[in-house]
Design a protein around this ligand. Structure first.
Ligand SMILES: O=C(O)[C@H](O)[C@@H](O)[C@H](O)[C@H](O)COP(=O)(O)O
Length: 240
């Protein structure tokens, strides 16, 4: 694993650098394999990044968008990660509907939704059960409790190692999430983290030793590239 940490002066520079990196990887992926696959994170940090991507002139028919995690709500619910990404980006560009691989959340059965999303991914990547296909980019945020995607501290989702998708749990509310082994199969994992409130969690994630189950972002150790993009508020005091 190649780990790189970049601390940008402010959130504007953080988003600009994140955009630059993603565009470079997008261009390389399309040149090499004719398509680009990315899993999006939710929360608030990536919204300006998605807005910036929407302003680019890109070969949208070659770009496939997935979600690394999703709240278990309808796609028109204000908490939906899909809704945020559609409003900021996807509904503003000519990306084919078939290229938007949204998480099913209407089965009224999170375990069934997770299984269905997994089957969708396996079909898309033509991968066999037990195989972890590699996305070009998995974009991640990190909570102030060091969770990432919907892999929350001391939850069952952290124990799932033989699936692509599982059910996360945030304060008793179900989420659909990539498992950490599936995230780790990605060619590039990019964390985009901003804000002083993330400092304590970052210190634990980067500590030489700490409890991975208490700080789940520690579990993200991809075979490929791991990039941490931080604004100064989050990363200024970090020792790596
Ligand atoms: O569904 C979600 O909420 C996200 O995928 C989650 O993992 C998010 O990335 C972190 O909670 C950071 O969120 P902020 O960017 O809002 O701090």
């Amino acid at each position: 694993m190649k780990r790189t940490v970049e601390v940008l002066p402010d959130q504007t520079a953080l988003i600009a650098r994140s955009l630059d990196l993603i565009l470079t990887k997008l261009d390389t992926a399309i040149k090499q394999q004719g398509r680009f696959t990315i899993a999006l994170s939710g929360g608030s940090t990536p919204k300006p990044l998605y807005e910036a991507i929407a302003n680019q002139k890109l070969p949208w028919d070659k770009i496939h968008v997935f979600w690394g995690d999703e709240r278990y709500v309808p796609a028109d619910h204000p908490d939906s990660n899909e809704l945020m990404a559609r409003r900021a980006w996807l509904d503003r560009v000519d990306i084919p509907r078939a290229n938007i691989h949204a998480v099913p959340t209407l089965d009224n059965n999170p375990a069934l939704s997770a299984a269905n999303y997994e089957q969708h991914l396996q079909a898309f990547f033509n991968s066999a059960p037990g195989e972890f296909p590699a996305l070009d980019v998995v974009l991640l945020g990190m909570g102030d409790d060091a969770h990432t995607a919907s892999l929350f501290p001391h939850t069952e989702a952290l124990q799932v190692r033989d699936r692509l998708i599982t059910v996360g749990n945030k304060d008793g509310n179900p989420r659909i999430t990539f498992t950490y082994p599936f995230i780790n199969a990605a060619r590039s994992v990019i964390f985009v983290v901003a804000g002083a409130n993330k400092r304590p969690a970052l210190a634990q994630v980067f500590a030489p030793s700490a409890d991975d189950l208490a700080y789940p972002s520690r579990l993200i150790q991809p075979q490929g590239e791991l990039l941490w993009l931080l604004d100064a508020a989050a990363g200024a005091e970090l020792t790596v």
